[in-house]
Design a protein around this ligand. Structure first.
Ligand code: NOJ
Ligand code: MG
Length: 583
């Protein structure tokens, strides 16, 4: 069902003119729900605690899901809530068909789905095919070579050096640092873990494993989920024979335990990864076809090259991921308009005919966008990710401009931080972006009724919280809601795209759709005020007057005012969304 439609969603490059002008045509046809959607990512430990243990849970999420609805988001993606020893906070699954008691029960999950249904929101499960927990029954039985589990994981014999000492099968390093191989006496072999030692890599060359995963997907689809965010998909296969990887001379990393030390030519981006995603896609499509014909969406996570990212869409005949995440804006693009326009163009130019764009600036693995860029740029960044053509993805807290939280070494939870040690944990830890959601100015930001939280609450909650912003007419959250309502228009959903830059810091784009009001989005990424900006010099057929629709919180212009597109002023960090009459 959704595939032939998707094929028609052509967004191909129209022209890349000699003045750096970049234009892409609009889209004709019907959009599916996930294309119009903004996905709101909930970090399940940090949304809302209902039982006072300082960790958020399903009840807390269900009772506050209306927040997602109020924003106008169409789906909530939950990072993993499966049964887990929580070594990597849920990305180490010990049972793919159970909820961890920290979060609640299956009945509470059903209540969440029921509430979501009432609100017209879809629940998206995270899904982790690359590895399970070492506590998973499959792994425990695999250690004992109990069939059919014997080859469920990537096992290899030791190497023996000249002195007769046991050595790992290869020099591979794990993403979290240190060797990617761990020896198990009982089995007399090493197992591979591309992440934490508690996360053994599943052997996806074994069809039984893929079948297990597919049936877990069925399990959650039967319970009513709207799709899956699939974790670490480009780590799913490794080269046969486990050859040593070469040094990465570009990275500047000299610590042989650091992931950046090697060039991961044998452990990442194996061509077999795409095929597994295509099998997942076939399963979600089959489920939809056999039930209600509503697309169950697949969003895939791969930090990789643009060429590889696009391969996850599948090929002409076999569809893959609906949304390979676009991480180009999650890089540190600094304050340079050209970096933004190059990033957007890179994505748009490489998008296959059957592809659909998505935009995001943050997630639970990256420092908060407000901190990476600047707190003053929060509204502008939200304008960019919600008004470029394609699906938007928002990490909880971005709607209120949540910033990184300082976490001491003693308070550090993230294995990636812990492995780096007290001197380097701040460079690696992902805790700063995972702290409790800031609801109001009550103790612990209204996140818990208990007397502690699993990670500290950012002290800025006193002012920076949902309630305070909802009471202010001009606030990040209200701007965010306005953006999501503008997204409902045909212009935002299907309009064409033209990107221009002026000077080093002005990033500008228009969206136009026949017979509809157009949109002009302006972002001054710089720290200087820009005066006498003449947009007529860069955009063709731009009307002389435009109407202010949405501004940054500190803007001096106000919604409804008319501005002269030949003579604009932009404050430092300012973002403006203007309405332009259709030609
Ligand atoms: C990517 C996830 O987003 C991250 O949080 C996790 O640690 C790794 N994959 C391993 O599952
Ligand atoms: Mg709790």
């Amino acid at each position: 069902m959704s595939w032939p439609l998707t094929v028609a969603f052509a967004l191909v490059v129209l022209s890349t003119g000699c003045h750096g002008d970049m234009d892409w045509p609009g889209f004709e046809g019907e959009l599916d729900w996930w294309q119009k959607a903004v996905f709101y990512q909930i970090y399940p430990r940090s949304f809302k605690d209902s039982d006072g243990d300082g960790i958020s849970d399903l009840k807390g999420i269900t009772n506050n899901l209306v927040h997602v609805y109020n924003l106008g988001a169409a789906a909530a993606w939950l990072s993993p809530i499966y049964k887990s020893p929580m070594k990597d906070f849920g990305y180490d699954i010990s049972n793919y068909e159970e909820i961890d008691p920290i979060f609640g029960t299956i009945d509470e999950f059903k209540a969440l789905v029921a509430r979501a249904k009432e609100l017209g929101i879809k629940i998206i499960m995270d899904f982790v095919p690359n590895h399970s927990s070492d506590q998973h029954e499959w792994f425990q039985k695999s250690i004992k070579r109990e069939d059919p589990y014997t080859n469920y994981y990537v096992w290899a014999d030791p190497k023996i050096d000249a002195d007769g000492n046991r050595k790992p099968p290869s020099n591979w390093i794990s993403v979290f640092g240190g060797p990617a191989w761990e020896f198990v006496e009982e089995r007399g072999q090493y197992y591979l873990h591309q992440f934490d030692p508690s996360q053994p890599d599943l052997n996806l060359t074994n069809d039984l494993v893929v079948e297990e995963l597919l049936s877990a997907m069925d399990f959650w689809m039967d319970l009513g989920v709207g799709g899956f965010r699939v974790d670490a998909v480009n780590h799913m296969f490794e080269a046969d024979g486990f050859p040593d990887e070469p040094r990465n001379n570009q990275s500047g990393v000299n610590d042989p335990n650091d992931y950046g030390y090697l060039d991961h030519i044998y452990t990442k981006d194996d061509p077999r990864c795409y095929g597994v995603i295509e099998r997942f896609r076939a399963r979600v499509d089959a489920f939809a076809a056999e039930s209600d014909n509503v697309t169950r969406v697949l969003m895939t996570e791969a930090y990789t090259s643009i060429e590889n990212a696009m391969k996850y869409f599948g090929n002409e005949t076999v569809p893959g991921s609906h949304m390979p995440f676009n991480f180009l804006l999650i890089n540190n693009l600094g304050r340079w308009a050209k970096n933004f326009s190059d990033a957007v163009s890179l994505w748009m130019d490489n998008l296959p005919e059957r592809g659909w764009a998505n935009w995001l600036v943050g997630n639970h693995d990256q420092h908060r966008a407000a901190t990476r860029y600047a707190p003053e740029l929060v509204d502008a960044l939200n304008m960019i990710i919600t008004l470029l053509p394609g699906t938007g993805v928002t990490y909880y807290g971005e709607e209120i401009g949540m910033e990184n939280t300082f976490v001491t070494w003693q308070e550090t939870q993230d294995p990636q931080g812990c492995n780096a040690g007290p001197d380097h944990y701040q460079e690696k830890s992902r805790d700063p972006e995972r702290t409790p959601f800031q609801w109001n100015d009550e103790p612990f930001a209204g996140f818990t009724s208990g007397n502690s939280t699993w990670l500290p609450v950012n002290p800025n909650y006193v002012k920076l919280n949902v309630k305070a912003q909802e009471l202010e007419t001009v606030s990040h959250i209200n701007i965010y809601k306005q953006l999501l309502s503008v997204r409902e228009t045909p212009t935002a959903q299907k309009g064409d795209l033209s990107i221009r830059t002026i000077g080093d810091h002005l990033f500008a784009f228009t969206r136009n759709y026949p017979d509809e009001e157009g949109l002009l989005v302006l972002v001054n990424l710089g720290l200087e005020e820009m005066n006498n900006v003449n947009l007529q010099t860069v955009f063709d057929k731009l009307p002389e007057e435009a109407t202010v629709k949405i501004t940054s919180i500190f803007s001096k212009v106000i919604a409804g005012e008319t501005v002269d597109t030949k003579d604009m002023t932009l404050l430092p960090n300012e973002g403006l969304v203007l309405g332009i009459s259709s030609e």
